[in-house]
Design a protein around this ligand. Structure first.
Ligand code: HMG
Ligand code: NDP
Length: 414
């Protein structure tokens, strides 16, 4: 049965108005509730394109909330298979214990691979994880008429009293966010202000965009300088950049595991030496020769899968891919593996985190919602994501060292 067949007489009359162009897809919400509007849009598209949208019509989330906060022109939902890897033992400052990792993907072999990484990490005593920096950034850009004005503004920004004023202004826009740092960057007669915030349990981009706008208004009032763009791209949001790789964005996190040689042989079917060699020539030399910003095998794979499962902004996989994977041989023959993730941008409140399926995945990790101490749930999630990346890196480097990559994907991925 097509969606049109399921419409009431009133809804059919509305559909006619959509087809005639009297009511646009966007404006249909003035005549129907969010669920009804989604249904009418599907009926319109089915008629217009002569297709069926039966499968996208199945979802369980609360349409009123989702259509208000998460999406416009809602027509339904797509389904991504969800798997689980683990348990993995994590020894972080915030994530402590054994975790099952929810991974949403369509790439066969990915969950098996992370699962294998979790298995060897856990057998070897777990992954130690530490957060080194925690600042979400927004960088508005200001234009000046002369170099004298540019330098005057730059110097003013660096005054401690200017920071105090900016902090008071920014912090007044949010109950949880806190301005931590203002870094000016100059190019000709332009100044980019990279504003760094602690956003507690929120990933924080809406929060700090509002706070940053308040700072631009303060600057307009105090210095008479209008802001050219609230984001001047030195933030840098959702683009691969050296500034994020060097200075960090969101959480900067490192995870490490020491793998016993006997476990490497047994679980990964190769040796510490072959993994060291593969990592050096592939992740370090190969990435360098390619001009990469991320020196890893597939950090983005794991970040994407866990982000989709847990309601994170999928575009932040770009920053998640800025990972350096290291493998070193210890004197006793163990393999010391680590991943350094400069920009893990995660939250446990806000964005897509409250959608029912994503909430369940966050609950599986024990980090849903606000932390008992604000910020601690998001910090725990950043440690979990980084440990998961370590598991994926160990398994994939091992598969390539053992010559098993094509075989694995032939067996599990097609
Ligand atoms: C596929 C494996 C794991 C087989 O690995 P194996 O060692 O031959 O498998 P095994 O049957 O001996 O099992 C070993 C462990 O692997 C796990 N495991 C094994 N099978 C499953 C399964 N079905 N479901 C869940 N877990 C599984 C599980 O932990 C198991 O332990 P056990 O539970 O038996 O004690 C391995 O060959 C592997 O990890 N290959 C790498 C695959 C991979 O990482 N793919 C990711 C995408 S590659 C890509 O997109 C990026 C790329 C490659 O282009 C990037 C680049 O340039 O490098
Ligand atoms: N605006 C933009 O330019 C961009 C937006 N995005 C989108 O932004 C969204 C995420 O923004 P984000 O600001 O994280 O989320 P939300 O806009 O959903 O806001 C989260 C709010 O939750 C409140 N809050 C309640 N408890 C806590 C707590 N424990 N810790 C922190 N905050 C808490 C805060 O309110 P209060 O501030 O009052 O304290 C906070 O601002 C995503 O949908 C993402 O896709 C992504 C990139 C850019």
């Amino acid at each position: 049965m097509s969606t049109t067949d399921k419409l009431t007489a009133d809804e059919k009359a509305l559909l006619e108005k959509m087809i005639s162009g009297e009511v646009s897809l966007r404006k249909i919400e003035e005549y129907a509730d969010k669920d009804g509007s989604a249904k009418l849009r599907r009926a319109y598209l089915e008629a217009n394109k002569n297709i069926s949208l039966d499968h996208v019509s199945t979802y369980t989330f609360d349409t009123e909330t989702v259509a208000k906060k998460n999406i416009e022109n809602l027509i339904g939902a797509v389904q991504i298979p969800l798997g689980v890897a683990g348990e993995i033992t994590i020894k972080g400052d915030y994530a402590k214990g054994n975790y099952y990792l929810p991974l949403a993907t369509t790439e066969g072999a990915l969950v098996a691979s992370v699962n294998r990484g979790c298995s060897i990490i856990t057998k070897s005593g777990g992954a130690t994880v530490r957060v080194f920096k925690n600042q979400m950034t927004r960088a508005p850009v200001f234009k000046f008429n002369s170099l004298e004005e540019t330098k005057d503004f730059y110097d003013w920004v660096l005054l401690p009293e200017t920071f105090d004023k900016m902090k008071k202004t920014a912090d007044a826009t949010t109950r949880f966010g806190e301005l931590l740092e203002v870094q000016p960057f100059v190019s000709g007669n332009n100044v980019h202000l990279r504003l760094g915030f602690d956003t507690k349990d929120a990933m924080g981009m809406n929060m700090i965009t509002i706070a940053s706008e308040a700072i631009t208004k303060l600057i307009a009032d105090e210095k008479g300088v209008p802001c050219v763009s609230l984001s001047g791209n030195m933030c840098t949001d959702k683009k691969p950049t050296a500034i994020n790789a060097i200075l960090g964005r969101g959480k900067t996190v490192v995870a490490e595991a020491r793998l016993k040689a006997s476990f490497v042989q047994e679980t990964l079917k190769c040796t510490p030496e072959s993994m060291f060699d593969a990592n050096y020539r592939k992740n370090l030399l190969g990435s360098m020769r390619a001009g990469a910003l991320g020196f890893n095998a597939h950090a983005a794979n794991i970040v994407a899968a866990i982000f989709l499962a847990c309601g994170q902004d999928p575009a932040h996989v770009v920053e998640g891919s800025l990972c350096i994977t290291e493998m070193d041989l210890a004197d006793n023959g163990d393999l010391i593996c680590s991943v350094t993730m400069p920009a893990v941008e995660v939250g446990t409140v806000g964005g897509g985190t409250s959608i029912a399926t994503q909430q369940e995945c966050l609950k599986l990790l024990g980090v849903a919602g606000a932390g008992a101490v604000p910020g601690e749930n998001a910090l725990a999630l950043s440690e979990i994501v980084t440990a998961a990346v370590l598991a994926g890196e160990i398994s994939l480097v091992a598969a390539q060292a053992a010559g098993h990559l094509a075989r694995a994907h032939a067996q599990l991925g097609r």
